[in-house]
Design a protein around this ligand. Structure first.
Ligand SMILES: Nc1ncnc2c1ncn2[C@@H]1O[C@H](COP(=O)(O)OP(=O)(O)OP(=O)(O)O)[C@@H](O)[C@H]1O
Length: 309
């Protein structure tokens, strides 16, 4: 099973929400959908689930028998709350199972599983009006995924969720991807996505600027290498222990004997060691691993425009 997106554009009145999007999203992947506010994440999610008609291009879900290409294929949790305020928690979640035509037995088993997953068992009889924001968000996710879909499209699902519920949901989605499902999660929490997702769809101003493995991106990208260096003595300024070198981008005091060193990407550890004065002893040198957030900020056009004094 895969989703093929071909030259997709969605136009709102006089402007594009997304443009020229082409990618293949394959089963078995947990894909993080990332981009700044207004970059097109929700527009793409809505297009993938068929809520928005392509203005240009098309979307195909392939290798599914046609009878499965309906509501039950996709578990979609939109960004804004769509709930039935007049029903209780259980009835709201059950609606998801009923719309996907699950058999009563299967629906009940799935309901119990999802209530436990999202820690809603004790709230099953509660009216939705009596829930907290995070509880309501969990009901919405529960309703979106209760029917055991083949494709998960969750638009900012962890907003308002506490750490434990976030962790439970993410681990469940990782397992679902490992079992052959396709999971797409949009979020601004890049640390979370780096921890759980495998692939990245990075949108910038409506365009797709990266689609591929997060690990490959972290290995390939970056304008510098950063190291945490510990010396055998305390020094007040970098000139006391380093030889001037054009490959050094920045040296910052971390604490006591420890300094942060940022150098050009081509600098090797051996090169680095030659940058210290002869009499200086380096007791440890640890490379700082790039985070998805750092790489994202270096790639996004909107980064770095604002600095406080
Ligand atoms: N219903 C709409 N009518 C007109 N323009 C829209 C509509 N929905 C979104 N847009 C525009 O389309 C672009 C993409 O918006 P979208 O909501 O997809 O971004 P997003 O990445 O999900 O943002 P956020 O992170 O803030 O949720 C933005 O320029 C937005 O202003």
């Amino acid at each position: 099973m895969k989703i093929s997106v071909n030259n997709l554009a969605i136009k709102y009145q006089d402007h594009y929400g997304i443009k020229n999007i082409s990618c293949e999203l394959t089963a078995g992947k947990f894909v993080a959908l990332v981009g700044h506010n207004g970059s097109g994440k929700t527009t793409l999610c809505n297009a993938l689930v068929g809520l928005l008609e392509p203005s240009e291009g098309d979307i195909n879900i392939q290798d599914l028998s046609t009878d499965k290409q309906n509501f039950s294929t996709i578990g979609f949790a939109p960004q804004s709350q769509v709930v039935d305020w007049y029903s209780n928690v259980e009835a709201n979640i059950m609606l998801g199972a009923q719309l996907a035509h699950l058999k009563p037995n299967e629906a009940k088993n799935q309901l119990d599983l999802i209530l436990r997953l999202l820690d809603l068992s004790d709230l099953r009889d509660r009216s939705l009006t009596d829930l907290s924001g995070g509880q309501l968000q969990r009901v919405q996710i529960a309703r979106a995924i209760v029917h055991n879909p083949l494709i998960y499209i969750l638009d900012e699902p962890t907003v308002g969720l506490d750490a434990q519920n976030t962790d439970n949901l993410m681990k469940y989605l990782v397992k679902e991807a490992q079992s052959g499902k396709l999971v797409i999660v949009s979020s601004h929490d890049l640390f979370l996505l780096q921890e759980y997702a495998e692939d990245l769809l990075l949108l910038d101003e409506g365009k797709l600027i990266y689609h591929g493995s997060i690990n490959d991106l972290l290995k390939a990208k970056g304008n510098s290498r950063k190291f945490l260096i510990t010396l055998d003595n305390e020094y007040s300024v970098a000139d006391d222990f380093m030889i001037k070198n054009d490959d050094v981008i920045r040296v910052e005091h971390e604490s006591d004997n420890t300094w942060q060193l940022e150098v050009k990407p081509e600098v090797t550890i051996s090169d680095l060691m030659l940058m210290f004065k002869k009499e200086i002893k380096v007791t440890s040198c640890v490379e700082h691993e790039k985070t998805l957030k750092e790489v994202y900020l270096s790639m996004s056009k909107r980064s770095g425009n604002y600095e406080t004094n």
